[in-house]
Design a protein around this ligand. Structure first.
Ligand SMILES: [Zn+2]
Length: 94
């Protein structure tokens, strides 16, 4: 049961330097609910308070080390189907 859901959140409006949030959870629905109610990541709490809307735009199955690998690429805009609609990285859905 080490598999988690890695998720990419796209902010409708950039917040400071951030336009995305990449995280992972064993229960995605529960985690998103927590983000919505300001109980999760500090960034999303600030984003919520600023009135910026956001949505989960992509998910992967993986471990924490997979999450770290994605973070270390520092290219979340390229992973994001909203920012990169041409789908260079589209291997999961068509
Ligand atoms: Zn994006």
């Amino acid at each position: 049961m080490s598999k988690r859901t890695i998720y990419l959140i796209h902010l409708a409006t950039p917040f400071k330097h951030a336009k995305h949030y990449l995280g992972s959870a064993s229960d995605l629905a529960e985690r998103i609910e927590r983000h919505r109610s300001n109980g999760g990541a500090r960034l999303l709490r600030a984003v919520n308070l600023a009135g910026i809307s956001w949505e989960v735009v992509r998910t992967w199955r993986g471990s924490r080390s997979d999450e770290r690998k994605l973070k270390n690429q520092h290219n979340t805009p390229r992973l994001c189907p909203v920012c990169n609609p041409k789908g260079e990285v589209d291997e999961q859905s068509s």
